[in-house]
Design a protein around this ligand. Sequence first.
Ligand SMILES: [Mn+2]
Length: 314
Amino acid sequence: MGMNKIVTAIKENSTFLISTHKSPDGDALGSSIALGLGLKKIGKEVVYAFEKPGGGKFSFLNELNEINGSYIDKSFDVGIFLDSSDPDHLFDSSLMERCRLRINIDHHVSNEGYCHLNYVDVNASATGEAVYELLLNLETDIDEEIALALYTAIVSDTGNFKYSNVTYKTHEIASKLYKFPNRYWEISRKLFDETTFEKVQLIGYALGKISLAKDGRVAVIHLSYEDLKKFSDDADMEGVINYARDIRGVEVAVMIKETSKDIFKVSFRANTDFDVSKIAVYYGGGGHSKAAGCTIRDMKFEDVLEDIKSHIVF
Ligand SMILES: [Mn+2]
């Protein structure tokens, strides 16, 4: 899968750009800075190019303060692109041209390998797992700070170690990370339990919009542009779809958000073996078999649900 070539390429070069997908989640952020910190430890120059998360959710990752826009107008020996299944989802795909050698580290099934060297481990629960393997192969000492970043990556993409993507290896890596004295329980609480008053109000509103279809096997949360206008633009919708997914008997959950007039951001979650990434890919999106998403344009609010339902065939 290209691990040895990647290790050699890293050892032979000195300047690195590290980037990931737009709206970076815990895995994107954690795996990117874990790798950045690891490369710095072996004497490499590292520049980050991705959005700095707002809201203080990830404020415990000090290395995120190193995101400072210094990638602008620079060229690099190597660009490492993490947790993004394709160039379109990258923070800025034009950055690729400024890196002589491009490396892709990911775990998405839909990744077709868009860099010179690609390490895509579809069995890894998180890109953080792949980065852990890479750091071992690079013989970089994992320290407390790297361990915290890797934990953040893994805990984020496994829903606190509870999704079906968790393997013995996930726990094996986590057990190694627990050798460092980080307060992991606090991170889990911050990422999974802590909420805001506005979010609780939003959940209450969204729950009022749940409907069932296909004999209760599909649950849908359908929010119109007018619905969304009741909340602030950056209202945190993460996790809201899980309320639909968790209804007994539901196999597929769909959340449709009309983010602008006739433009819909759609998320899918599956409880069973039903592969929702196929539906997302049909609409030009992507993701995993149990969690996927897409954007649907130029359809009417009333039609979009029927269209999606026609692609959910049990
Ligand atoms: Mn990921």
